[in-house]
Design a protein around this ligand. Structure first.
Ligand code: CP
Length: 315
């Protein structure tokens, strides 16, 4: 496999192997000298047509820790504002000589379009496309769950783990990629949100679908993964107002304190504190939110290594 566009590009064995490689990359990241020579002389381009903090910085760090040269393209401040097309942007960067394009775009399918085009021969990694997928986020989330709930020595799948994904499922590429990967790894997945924010295919994506958060939480999940309200993707009114959303769907201090002290709290970031998650939950010892961020570097190192440094393909 040349590209990573979707979790469907990975079978269970490949996904576990990537997570195990990420654990080896964590060991590199814990050294004083956080560097491997694996991608020396290779060039990786971050193509970000949509804002990002975690994904862009962690891909940049990942590539640099593997000794690649990195160029960062951000649509803001680029010739996109003068009307340059996706094709011309990709061909322009390709002409400068790059081996990988890491693509974030507001259009679902943008990374697939580039990968299937004749515009570029580079490996394409989907860093989040519209409401479609965010495969490296799902990989870092699974690594986080495995290490927090099964122990850092564990090298297996997530069978026996129950994960509840909460909130704006409809607009969430994180929810889609996570549901696909978690089930591939043997976990059971529940989705819960207001009926306006749960997609029609929810019952195909998950083992359980709920429309009441307190009923879902009563079913005892090991992980509660809160999602950001994606106001920028909402072209109509999906909720009456944010106060009601927070009351009905937020992980408030009261809801958080009713959970088992073993429940792991996750959020892909960026968080809307006080809307979908309270500070009591986000800043607690049960929160894995900063572990998720840290694991993003290791997972992205593993993906870049697999795609660019290993001769054997992922499949
Ligand atoms: N989780 C995530 O994709 O965050 P960023 O938008 O900051 O990259």
């Amino acid at each position: 496999m040349k590209h990573l566009l979707s979790i469907n590009d990975l079978d269970t064995e490949n996904a576990i192997s990537l997570l195990n490689l990420a654990v080896e990359m964590q060991q590199v990241n814990s050294r004083d000298v956080k560097k491997l020579p694996a991608l020396n002389g290779r060039t990786v381009a971050n193509l970000f047509f949509e804002d990002s903090t975690r994904t862009r910085i962690s891909f940049e760090l990942a590539a640099k820790r593997l000794s690649a040269d990195v160029v960062n393209f951000s649509a803001k401040g680029s010739s996109v504002s003068k009307g340059e097309s996706l094709k011309d942007t990709v061909q322009t960067i390709e002409a400068m000589g790059v081996e990988a394009l890491i693509v974030r775009h507001h259009h679902s399918g943008a990374a697939n379009t580039i990968a299937k085009s004749t515009w570029s021969n580079a490996a394409v990694i989907n860093a989040g496309d519209g409401t479609h997928e965010h495969p490296t986020q799902a990989l870092l989330d699974s690594l986080t769950i495995r290490q927090r709930l099964k122990g850092s020595a564990d090298k297996g799948d997530l069978s026996g783990i129950r994960v509840l994904i909460v909130g704006d499922i409809l607009h969430s590429r994180v929810a889609r990629s996570n549901a696909l990967l978690l089930r591939k790894l043997g976990a059971k997945v529940g989705l819960v949100g207001p009926s306006t924010l749960v997609p029609k295919d929810a019952r195909e994506l998950a083992d359980f679908v709920y429309f009441n958060l307190d009923a879902a939480l009563a079913d005892k999940f090991d992980v509660v993964m809160m999602l950001r309200m994606q106001r920028e993707r909402m072209n109509s009114v999906f909720i009456p107002n944010e106060t009601e959303y927070s009351t009905l769907w937020g992980l408030s201090e009261t809801r958080f304190s009713s959970l088992s002290r073993e429940t792991l709290i996750m959020h892909p970031g960026p968080m809307n504190r006080g809307l979908e998650i309270s500070s009591a939950a986000a800043d607690s010892s049960q929160s894995a939110i900063l572990d998720q961020v840290a694991n993003g570097v290791a997972v992205r190192m593993a993906v870049l290594y697999k795609l660019l440094a290993q001769e054997s393909s992922l499949k």
